[in-house]
Write a protein that binds this ligand. Structure first.
Ligand code: NAD
Length: 336
């Protein structure tokens, strides 16, 4: 597992303009179960736009109440081009909703101590409400040590063991935004999860595993498949809801699916000049009942949800800081 949080294969922003409901009629697949109308497309763009609109008002209210604009700090170690593009998207979303985005770029030869010191500085900075450490890190850096150094109260993408533990116990913590987006897109599209046979392909700490836990929280009957699972299609054909987060373009084909299954394709892969998911859309579209497009599905929702976490973190921190006393005053000074 690469333990990537954001999918460093991302090279462009997911289209916010993905069609809202249906694709053109499915081509004949030869299957007697193929539909002719095409599947319902579960587009993330419109949902993300709604969330952003609410955030604009909420961050304006935050500023009105506390007198400063919270900062999201993004730590990028080394020059990873796809990560840099993905991070530019987050920074643009920050700008759209009225949040200060701060990119902290650090050379790839940084020592673990120096990196943790930098994160400690951000932990202590009252203006910084949330911290994201971009993955993957260079191989010489110990992932666990770096993650442990993030203040759990500022860990808005839920990678710290405290937040991961809260999720596994069903308590409130910060959720990994991509995993949350893959479940939110179902809920906000009115798709019932309770009691359904839900299959998750992928078990990374940032996507597959937390998605499975969230689906369990929604009372799905959840199975998790991974790179060592034998006979993938035996399990995928059983799914009423299938979440795919493997980072393998075209891993899931139409013949591995049951008619009417709802598919959430989390994968973002660059193939040639194109962004594609982990599901082979062409062979799947005549079989599935609904599917998230790539791009334009889970991706747009992820950033919007991340900033809802930032709002919560900022509010918690401002309230905890003695109702406006020292820390808030310091935050105001720091953001002037
Ligand atoms: P990862 O590499 O950390 O984990 C991949 C998982 O897939 C592993 O658990 C592995 O066991 C499983 N897997 C790999 N090959 C498999 C196979 N042949 N059969 C069954 N399981 C297999 O990746 P990740 O960080 O979890 O990301 C997964 C995908 O999601 C990537 O394509 C990534 O780009 C994408 N992603 C998208 C977003 C978004 O906002 N949409 C955000 C993060 C990641």
């Amino acid at each position: 597992m690469s333990d990537r949080r954001d999918g460093t294969t991302v090279t462009t922003g997911p289209a916010a303009t993905a069609p809202a409901t249906a694709v053109p009629a499915a081509e004949t697949t030869g299957s007697t179960t193929a539909t002719t109308a095409g599947p319902r497309l579960l587009a993330g763009g419109p949902i993300a736009a709604e969330i952003r609109a609410a955030l604009i008002a909420d961050f304006a209210a935050f500023k009105g109440r506390w007198g400063y604009v919270p900062t999201l700090a993004i730590v990028l170690v080394g020059a990873d081009a796809p990560s840099a593009v993905y991070l530019q998207q987050i920074l643009r979303t920050c700008e759209k909703v009225g949040v200060q985005g701060r990119l902290v770029e650090i050379g790839s030869d940084v020592t673990a101590d120096a990196l943790c010191n930098e994160i400690e500085r951000l932990n202590a900075d009252p203006a910084v409400a949330g911290i994201i450490v971009q993955m993957p890190l260079p191989a010489h850096l110990p992932l666990r040590t770096v993650i442990d150094s993030i203040d759990p109260a500022k860990d808005i993408d839920g990678i710290h063991p405290r937040n991961a533990g809260l999720l596994s116990l069903g308590y409130d913590g910060f959720l990994p935004a991509t995993a949350q987006a893959s479940v939110e897109i179902l809920k906000r599209s009115g798709i019932e999860i309770a009691g359904k046979r839900v299959v998750v392909v992928g078990r990374s700490n940032v996507v597959g595993k937390p998605a499975a836990l969230l689906l369990l929280r929604e009372h799905g009957t959840v199975s998790i498949l991974h790179s060592k699972t034998r006979d993938l299609s035996r399990h995928t054909r059983d799914a009423e809801i299938l979440i795919v987060a493997a980072g393998r373009p075209g891993l899931i084909t139409g013949e591995m699916l049951s008619p009417g299954v709802v598919v959430v394709d989390v994968g973002i892969n660059v193939v040639g000049d194109e962004l594609v998911g982990d599901v082979d859309f062409e062979s799947a579209k005549g079989i599935v009942g609904a599917i998230t497009p790539v791009p334009g599905g889970v991706g747009p929702l992820t950033n919007a949800l991340l900033l809802t976490h930032l709002l919560r973190a900022a509010t918690d921190q401002a309230e905890r800081a003695g109702h406006g006393a020292g820390t808030v005053a310091a935050a105001k000074r720091a953001t002037r």
